[in-house]
Design a protein around this ligand. Structure first.
Ligand SMILES: [Fe+2]
Length: 480
């Protein structure tokens, strides 16, 4: 194990700096010989699992919230039956400023914004999401921020993605890479008219489409879909309370009389080509896949599941509490649009599991899909995942695996096996923490024998704090 350790910051007492969230204070690399291997590492698993997440670098300046930590990437590279673990901070412009100053310069989301920095009132940490595009890792922030490019092997920050000098906006978390075209499709959202944009970047980093998307007002979307032909954008009825905002407070409001609206636009289309379709009011944190089947466009995702009122009916106002207090409840759901007639339909795919942080076979994005994988978010706090679920969208079946109480899981992308010939031929890869142990583990589950649990566990000689989103970077894409 090799590491570059910095002086340990003094952490204040804070629930997000303890237990599973305790930050690590070094960057390091762990070779295969330093891991304990239980089972056999599959030879046909080649690529890199990369996970983003908050890891505060300096003693926090204010009321630290979990969402405030500096982005740190944790990656495990699989190659020829061996594995290497690495972790590094993403060198955002804000973190570079703080490193130069030797201390934190921003407070957190619960603190007043910096009045002296209208360009950066809240620290853009880039700590939320991660995808692979054109052989490089792209990190993103949920509040719409500057995307950063990172070498997927060394985790060295290469700088901001500026789309060859054409980027004029921030971008939100949950941009998508279409592996069939190498398009990187993104959206942004802000408090300023038109409140949203959609853009496309090709494999050379050129901005090939950039479209203003006019919303009725500022919104707080978190994700979108892409099919092979369309981008599908969110106008959801969970909004910022404007009066509270003017008083400097953050408060959510759910407008239960407003519909959920999805804006469907051709990927390279003009603003005039966007068509909006209405559904029952709801909030969606994370989408799964979208695909076209004749005139029908099918959209799958994790729909926030409200609590019931005294009469047993859905209490839509509880969505505000669920989101505001980060105690997620979600169910797998499908929305469908007939693009020829405008007809719509919607319904549950599964009512049983409280599943979120979905993954599926990224290489098949936009294709009809049968399998999805989610984290079980029944635990509190929400991001303390209790286990993993495999969903069969075709027959409604599901499988579950957990090592049991005391184990927590990270987001678990699907990693296709080399030369796979079926959709679920491959592995689900994730970091796992055993509460009884200081070290973290990497678990590799054969997706076709999901409920059997891991075929291989790698015990790391170090701890990996809980984080946010992860991606699977296929070995053949890295070589390309
Ligand atoms: Fe997210």
């Amino acid at each position: 194990m090799t590491s570059a350790t910095k002086a340990r910051p003094v952490y204040p007492v804070n629930q997000y700096l303890e237990g599973i969230y305790t930050p690590v204070d070094d960057e390091c690399m762990v070779g295969f010989e330093s891991m304990t291997v239980i089972g056999e590492l599959p030879q046909d698993l080649n690529g890199i699992y990369v996970r983003n997440g908050p890891n505060v670098r300096h003693t926090p300046n204010g009321n630290y919230h979990r969402y405030d930590g500096d982005a740190m990437l944790h990656a495990i590279q699989f190659e020829g039956g061996r594995a290497t673990y690495r972790r590094r901070w993403v060198r955002t412009s804000c973190l570079e400023e703080e490193i130069a100053a030797g201390k934190a310069l921003w407070g957190g989301m619960l603190d007043p914004r910096r009045q002296d920095r209208p360009d950066m009132p809240l620290k853009d940490t880039s700590n939320t999401d991660v995808v692979l595009h054109a052989g490089k890792v792209v990190t993103m922030w949920y509040m719409s921020g500057d995307p950063y490019l990172v070498d997927p092997v060394t985790l060295e920050t290469l700088g901001q993605a500026d789309f060859n000098g054409k980027r004029t906006t921030k971008i939100s978390a949950h941009a998508k890479t279409d592996e069939s075209t190498d398009d990187f499709v993104f959206f942004d959202y802000s408090r300023d008219f038109p409140y949203m944009h959609q853009g496309v970047v090709d494999k050379h980093g050129d901005l090939t489409a950039f479209t203003p998307v006019e919303l009725p007002g500022p919104r707080m979307p978190h994700d979108m879909w892409i099919s092979h032909r369309h981008t599908i954008l969110h106008d959801l009825p969970l909004i910022w309370d404007e009066e509270a905002y003017r008083k400097g407070r953050v408060k959510l409001r759910f407008e239960d009389q407003w519909p959920t609206r999805f804006g469907v636009m051709p990927r390279y289309g003009a603003a005039s080509a966007i068509r909006w379709y209405e559904f029952e009011p709801c909030y969606i944190l994370h989408t799964i896949n979208a695909w076209e089947d004749g005139d029908w466009l099918h959209l799958t995702g994790c729909r926030i599941h409200p609590f019931e009122d005294a009469q047993g009916n859905p209490d839509l106002q509880s969505i505000t509490t669920i989101m505001g207090r980060h105690k997620l409840r979600a169910r797998l759901y499908r929305w469908s649009i007939n693009l020829a007639t405008g007809a719509t339909k919607e319904g549950f795919v599964d009512k049983k599991w409280n599943g979120e942080f979905p993954t599926w076979k990224n290489a098949a994005m936009g294709d009809p899909m049968r399998y999805a994988y989610c984290a079980n978010i029944e635990n509190e706090p929400t991001l303390n995942f209790a286990g993993l679920i495999k969903f069969d969208l075709e027959n409604g079946a599901s499988e579950y695996f957990s090592e049991g109480p005391g184990y927590t899981y990270s987001e678990a992308p699907f990693a296709p096996a080399d030369n796979a010939t079926s959709e679920d031929q491959g592995y689900v890869v994730c970091f796992v923490r055993n509460a009884d142990q200081v070290q973290s583990e990497v678990h590799i589950i054969d997706a076709q024998n999901f409920s059997d649990g891991p075929v291989c566990k790698l015990i790391l000689p170090c701890r990996v704090p809980e984080g946010f989103h992860a991606t699977w970077a296929r070995g053949d894409l890295l070589q390309a």
